[in-house]
Write a protein that binds this ligand. Structure first.
Ligand code: GDP
Length: 366
């Protein structure tokens, strides 16, 4: 699962990306640590894991991770091949969601490519490139579908659908806001086209340090971004990339002290990582033991055998049952034994839908 960080030059993308990858240094030991400097594997902050590690005296703690990709180089005209335009757009196509960084801070030392701070203009500059790119993809497809549609009813139906998408884009609307019918064909087609404006978006409003205390509530630029986001089905988070860069240099205790002094309980980055995770429809179930306490990533709605398959394919193939207790029940009971005595540990079968924070032990045949 990958999130692409996009935005105009000089809005703070790299600063944010570097803080993200540093803050997620924990993940550097991860088996699939990456070689590509523009891709960072970032740990998803989860206090529950620390508590489990303590309870079980685990030798190792392994958090869930998500990937962020720094997609630099988007400028006006990218969809027409300006700058690294096409390369840039194909990098976004490989992502599952977008973090769109917008400059909401004033700083005369940092040049703005358009000469002034105006987050809505900036957002639209990028959106237009994405819309152009989608239109191009769609038009190429329509040229093929129209030929087939003469003697093929399904193709005729697809052509009609493509026409509706095209109209939506021409009205300057992202596909994200297109109202899909219940038709399975339409869903499948849309998926197949991999349109950029269909991806979910989080705006990261990059504000000045002074704005962090009230999370940008009194910043006029942020207000505008919030209004814009509400109309286009996006989420907004405020961060101060510069401050996050400083925080990412600190150890955990220093970080808490720093945030405390500002009256914050969590860094903007941690919030952004968590929001990104849930934007992707992801949740974590947990396993705990002496060797390791670990968070496992699944899509919301995943059933027990497939969740077990995340650990090992044998677990899925030989699945018998799952022993499940919710994290809260486990912690409130004080230990697994106590939770069992209270009858809070359930035996769940193949149809069980695993929940966020379930502490699970799978039983399987080998
Ligand atoms: P990118 O081109 O979008 O990747 O932008 P960079 O991350 O390279 O940042 C461009 C410049 O803006 C750098 O000089 C940063 O130090 C500065 N910058 C980034 N974030 C902030 C911020 O939150 N506040 C201020 N004042 N400057 C920032």
């Amino acid at each position: 699962m990958k999130l692409g960080i996009v935005g105009l030059p000089n809005v703070g993308k790299s600063t944010l990306f570097n803080s993200l990858t540093k803050a997620g240094a924990l993940a550097a030991n991860y088996p699939f640590a990456t070689i590509d400097p523009n891709v960072g594997i970032v740990a998803v902050p989860d206090k529950r894991l620390d508590t489990l590690t303590e309870m079980y005296n685990s030798a190792k703690t392994t958090p869930a991770v998500i990937e962020f990709v720094d997609i630099a180089g988007l400028v006006k005209g990218a969809s027409k091949g300006e700058g690294l335009g096409n390369q840039f757009l194909s990098n976004i196509r490989e992502c599952d969601a977008i973090v769109h960084v917008v400059r909401c801070f004033e700083d005369t030392d940092v040049v703005h490519v358009e000469g002034s701070v105006d987050p809505i203009r900036d957002i639209e500059t990028i959106n237009i490139e994405l819309i152009f790119s989608d239109l191009e993809v769609l038009e190429r497809r329509m040229a093929k579908t129209v030929k087939l549609s003469r003697n093929d009813k399904t193709a005729a139906k697809e052509y009609e659908f493509q026409g509706k998408l095209k109209k939506h884009l021409e009205d300057n609307q992202p596909i994200r806001t297109f109202e899909l019918s219940d038709d399975d064909d339409e869903k499948a087609w849309l998926h197949e086209y991999s349109l950029l404006t269909a991806l979910p978006v989080i705006f990261a409003a990059n504000v000045a340090e002074d704005d962090m205390a009230d999370e940008g509530a009194s910043n006029e630029y942020v207000k505008k971004v919030r209004d814009y986001a509400a109309e286009t089905d996006c989420e907004v988070f405020t961060v101060c990339a510069k401050m996050e860069a400083e925080i990412s240099e600190l150890d955990d205790a220093e970080k808490m002290e720093y945030l405390d002094a500002l009256g914050l309980t969590e860094s903007g980055l941690d919030k952004l990582i968590k929001a990104s995770y849930s934007l992707l429809g992801l949740i974590s179930y947990l396993t705990a033991g002496e060797t390791e306490s670990r968070a496992w990533t699944i899509k919301k709605g995943t059933k027990a055998p497939q969740a077990a398959g995340k650990i090992h394919s044998d677990f899925e193939r030989g699945f018998i049952k799952a022993e499940v207790v919710s994290y809260d029940d486990l912690i409130n009971s004080g230990s697994m034994t106590a939770a069992k005595e209270k009858g809070l540990v359930r035996q769940e079968g193949k149809e069980y839908v695993v929940q966020d924070g379930d502490v699970v032990l799978f039983k399987f045949n080998v």
